[in-house]
Design a binder for this molecule. Structure first.
Ligand SMILES: [Zn+2]
Length: 232
């Protein structure tokens, strides 16, 4: 069965119209409703690493992988309690040089939001959620020399593992920027799988380093949300 891998960024009130990245905000109320609907239709929300056996067809069951990019504090404060209450787990992909700071890699007109500290990241993991890699500085990996891309990918992994005290196996390409060379760097760095921003459910035949995801948007209705989980 195809597995939806859902992608969220910010949980909270969106900035006003015209601000770049506005569609990447989902309010707490909307997120809560989406997670409750998922539960009600019989889905278990899982981190990417826990969902992989279902994607590969080794386990059977209705599951959705829940992922967050960039490690925003709003996810820790407002999404984690919802996930915990439902017994869901999720993955957050961290930009390790920005911990405790903000998303200053984004368009200069976009809103700046706080990123979790390493302590908050450890607490995220202590609640049963997964820590994944998202490079050191959130650069466009296709626009920089391969050596630099390698540094961005491997040093981020080492830093997160050092802070966490365990190994990490899931990676997300910043801006969804990837190609074959970047995929092999991620693989050689010791990751087991990586997610892109290709819009589809995962069918298990995509290749472990190009898993598609459905981005959940600010203006998605519950029907859009269900279509991403069940149909597309
Ligand atoms: Zn990102």
């Amino acid at each position: 069965m195809a597995v939806p891998i859902l992608l969220y960024h910010h949980i909270g009130t969106p900035p006003k119209a015209g601000i770049p990245g506005r569609s990447n905000y989902v309010t707490v109320e909307k997120f809560t409703r989406q997670m409750h609907v998922l539960k009600r239709i019989g889905f278990q929300g899982l981190s990417l690493k826990e969902a992989m056996p279902y994607i590969r067809g080794q386990k059977k069951g209705k599951v959705a992988a829940i992922t967050f990019d960039d490690g925003f504090l709003s996810v820790y404060q407002d999404a984690m309690p919802v996930l915990d209450e439902l017994g869901f787990s999720a993955t957050n992909f961290f930009v390790s040089s920005r911990m405790g700071l903000d998303n200053s890699w984004d368009n200069e007109r976009s809103q700046r939001d706080k990123i979790m500290t390493f302590d908050e990241m450890r607490d995220w993991a202590a609640h049963g959620h997964e820590v994944g890699g998202h490079t050191l500085d959130h650069l466009h990996l296709k626009d920089i020399p391969l050596e630099e891309a390698k540094h961005q990918i491997t040093e981020n992994k080492h830093q997160l593992e050092k802070e966490l005290g365990t190994s990490i196996i899931s990676f997300a390409y910043p801006f969804g920027d990837e190609n074959e060379a970047i995929q092999s760097i991620v693989k050689n760095a010791g990751y087991s799988f990586a997610v892109t921003t290709v819009k589809s459910r995962a069918h298990g035949n995509e290749g472990d380093f190009e898993l598609p995801r459905h981005s959940i948007r600010r203006n998605d209705t519950i029907l859009h949300f269900l279509a991403k989980c069940l149909l597309r």
